[in-house]
Design a protein around this ligand. Structure first.
Ligand code: SAH
Ligand code: SF4
Length: 355
């Protein structure tokens, strides 16, 4: 018989204990989990919420992930590419807002070659002291190296599922082991790395989610993202169910218990499924929000999934709105780059000390 109160205060959790926590049904028990996760978040991350401004600069993709609206076979999507100068300009708008991480995200689009991405990174860095996170899918190892030299700081590449069989179903052309090799290589290059899964993908079990969390620990991530799956039209999974919001919240909370000093976002997908999703995520262990600041007319064409929350045309309004939301939770927006919590790790910060 598992004892919830004891488990919540353990320093290391077994897979069985993780599954037990993910499966909690009683609302009082869930609240205990959420409170503990919030406490651990306060200890390791403080009250600051880090903003990461996303520029989705191309919705072209050579992959065919079964869940994603940008997949190559989705012929109904109008495709776009932003030119380098437009991307650099969009980054300036973000840093002028006082947001000091720029996420450059796209489908896997080799139209942008190694040097073009390097140029964009370099130019953005010339303008402001921002961190640059790349989220471009799997690219060449030599490219990762060149982009690091050009000034890239972080790389976000979700593993999506730790179940190798499901991974091959979702991705056909790709293998999980390959993706993990990319993440490990990025880490050796000195990137701060981010990964994570989607909650509610077809075939997924709670056992798989426990493996996802443990894999994030094994990868020694700097950032881990757990967002719900949202069915997207014109994809093979268009008629599947969306991920469960409460299970997503429990996953965030358990991930905070297990991973401790990593950045965890309250994702846009969570905010899309539940209008309080962002606040709920921030209350159960998350400490990061990633507003989409892609300029129009491109933003509404980046249809990974439909009806993305917070399509706010004006970046100033977006920042003001986030500030209001965050301050109403008794938190504040961080004023730095929000680098990895592992870079200034204090070994003395053990859980036993703070209890
Ligand atoms: N092409 C890059 C980056 C863009 S996709 C890559 O794949 O890494 C960014 C993320 O969107 C993916 O990692 C995936 O987790 C998420 N995503 C894709 N389709 C989704 C869907 N239908 N619902 C929720 N998230 C989705
Ligand atoms: Fe392309 Fe990324 Fe979507 Fe897969 S998840 S189809 S790689 S944009």
């Amino acid at each position: 018989m598992m004892n919830l109160d004891k488990i919540l205060y353990k320093d290391e959790l077994t897979k069985e204990e993780i599954i037990f926590l993910l499966s909690l049904e009683d609302s009082a028990d869930q609240q205990k989990l959420f409170n503990r996760a919030d406490q651990i978040r306060t200890t390791y991350c403080g009250n600051e919420v880090h903003l990461r401004g996303i520029i989705e600069f191309s919705n072209n993709c050579e992959q065919n992930c079964l869940y994603c609206g940008l997949r190559e076979d989705n012929l109904s999507l109008q495709r776009y590419r932003m030119m380098p100068e437009e991307i650099i300009e969009a980054a300036k708008v973000i840093s002028n807002l006082g947001i000091f991480t720029i996420v450059l995200q796209s489908g896997e689009d080799f139209f942008y070659d190694t040097h073009e991405i390097s140029y964009i990174i370099y130019q953005i860095k010339q303008h402001a002291d921002v961190a640059i996170t790349l989220c471009l899918g799997e690219r060449g190892f030599d490219e990762y190296r060149e982009w690091k030299i050009a000034g890239a700081d972080r790389y976000l590449l979700k593993h999506e599922t730790a179940n190798p069989k499901s991974y091959q179903v979702y991705h056909k052309k790709q293998r999980l082991i390959e993706r993990l090799n990319h993440l490990r290589y990025l880490k050796t290059l000195g990137y701060q790395i981010g990964s994570g899964n989607m909650i509610g993908l077809p075939m997924q079990t709670v056992d798989d989610i426990a493996d996802d969390i443990l894999l994030c620990k094994d990868l020694d991530l700097d950032m881990a993202a757990f967002g719900p799956f949202i069915p997207s039209p014109h994809t093979p999974y268009q008629n599947k169910n969306a991920g469960d919001v409460d299970l997503t919240l429990r996953t965030i909370a358990v991930a905070r218990l297990v991973l401790k000093n990593v950045h965890i976002p309250a994702t846009t997908a969570l905010a899309t499924l539940d209008e309080d999703g962002r606040a709920k995520g921030l209350n159960v262990g998350a400490n990061v929000v990633m507003p989409d600041l892609t300029p129009n007319p491109y933003r509404q064409l980046y249809q990974i999934y439909p009806d993305r929350k917070c399509i706010n045309d004006n970046p100033l309004h977006c920042k003001a709105c986030l500030q209001l939301q965050i301050e109403s939770l008794g938190r504040k927006i961080a004023d730095g780059r929000g680098d990895s919590l592992k870079l200034n790790d204090e070994p003395s910060r053990s859980l036993s000390k703070i209890n």
